[in-house]
Write a protein that binds this ligand. Structure first.
Ligand code: SME
Length: 154
């Protein structure tokens, strides 16, 4: 899929999710819907899901794909770096990211996007893994950042 096709697909997914996500809906139920739609429609998504920030812990939320770590080591990993930096992180080759947590050895590249509540606090991250190197670019970042904003209605 080239960038133009990918951008079109993200836009259509965002439209569909705008219809599906109830404004007053439960956050876990909304995360489940986002995960199911993204995982079903994006061929390069090998693992798609959320880690929720509960206290200081990152705990697996709704996801699709191979079984993943339930709680992430608090001292390392791409998801933790996303929370600390409060920005999306694209990892073209996970073997080159110091401290990367490999829940499944088939994951080769990754993107992690912070999820904020309506006050701007991070409540979770959306994590997507691919089984190929270099699968994510600025188009994925833009598309996924737009989609996670639908969760809090901002
Ligand atoms: N790779 C992540 C851990 C979660 S799995 O990719 C599903 C990390 O380094 O934080």
């Amino acid at each position: 899929m080239d960038s133009k096709q990918k951008e079109g697909r993200y836009n259509r997914i965002a439209e569909q999710l705008r219809e599906l996500l109830r404004k007053d809906g439960d956050i876990i139920s909304k995360m489940s819907t986002v995960t199911a739609v993204l995982h079903g429609k994006m061929p390069h998504f090998f693992w798609t899901g959320f880690y929720r920030l509960v206290g200081d812990k990152l705990i697996a939320g709704p996801y699709q794909g191979p079984v993943a770590c339930q709680t992430l080591d608090p001292a390392k990993g791409v998801c933790r770096a996303c929370v600390s930096r409060n920005e999306s992180i694209i990892v073209p080759d996970v073997s080159l990211f110091p401290g990367h947590i490999a829940c499944d050895s088939r994951s080769k590249s990754e993107i992690v996007v912070p999820v904020h509540d309506h006050c701007g606090n991070i409540v979770a991250v959306l994590d997507v893994d691919s089984d190929r190197l270099n699968s994510f670019d600025e188009c994925d970042r833009g598309g996924l950042e737009k989609i996670v904003r639908l969760l809090s209605g901002v």
